[in-house]
Design a protein around this ligand. Structure first.
Ligand SMILES: [Zn+2]
Length: 236
């Protein structure tokens, strides 16, 4: 199911009634329990019915999936027949909803995300959330092929063993919790925070790694004193 606040609506259809009866169906939408709003419109009549989810704003993130209860009622010669179904965002749409709720400039589609990946030198869990708070949506994450390729190229240029990632992909909500900039490249799978995995992390070692990354034309390449913990941040 592709189920987001903006630009998506549900089309509902009754399948077991003849046309003459089905045009008399009364549809209703109710909040499924997570403060999801009641849909626009929240009721209607006919053989089919569509609504757009209209939850209240959640600029700091929502923490739960949108969900609705849909009822269909048919009154026939005084007898009322009714049925109800619940729809709830799946884990990936709940993650994608954060881009809308938190007003991000880009709203990635489902195909931008993956539940597995990584390379011999950078595991999926490090690229995608093997760190505190940045992405509490495992296994889902967004990691661009460019990020993977450039990290591998940086590792080759660096030529001093492994690179440990302390942050890769972050969901918008997780990015806010760890203090990232609102449009951080981390929320689009283009950034990584790095340390040496093999050598003591000194300013000289930082500058060796930065020089290696700078050979790959990064969009961002920060400095020893940019962050208190002295991680090296780059984005491609
Ligand atoms: Zn970073």
């Amino acid at each position: 199911m592709d189920f987001l606040l903006t630009g998506n609506s549900f089309g509902l259809e009754s399948q077991r009634l003849c046309q003459r009866l089905s045009i008399q169906i009364e549809w209703g939408i109710q909040d499924g329990g997570n403060n999801s709003g009641s849909g626009t419109p929240s009721s209607g009549r006919g053989s089919t019915f569509s609504f757009v989810p209209n939850p209240p704003g959640a600029p700091n993130g929502r923490g739960s999936p949108l969900g609705y209860i849909i009822t269909a009622t048919l009154t026939l010669e005084g007898r009322i027949s009714s049925d109800a179904a619940a729809v709830v965002q799946d884990d990936l749409d709940e993650l994608r909803q954060e881009y809308i709720d938190m007003g991000k400039q880009s709203r990635p589609g489902r195909s931008s995300f993956s539940a597995s990946g990584g390379t011999a030198n950078f595991s999926w869990s490090e690229l995608n959330g093997g760190f505190t708070d940045g992405n509490p949506h495992p296994p889902w994450g967004m990691v661009t092929q460019t990020l993977i390729d450039k990290l591998e190229a940086t590792r080759t240029n660096y030529n001093r063993g492994g690179i440990r990632l302390s942050s890769g992909y972050r969901c918008p909500h997780g990015n806010r919790i760890v203090g990232g900039k609102p449009e951080s490249h981390h929320i689009y799978g283009r950034a990584a925070d790095m340390f040496s995995a093999s050598y003591t992390w000194t300013e000289d070692e930082f500058n060796r790694l930065k020089a290696a990354a700078d050979l790959t034309n990064p969009l961002e390449s920060f400095f020893w004193n940019t962050y208190d913990d002295h991680h090296y941040h780059a984005a491609w």
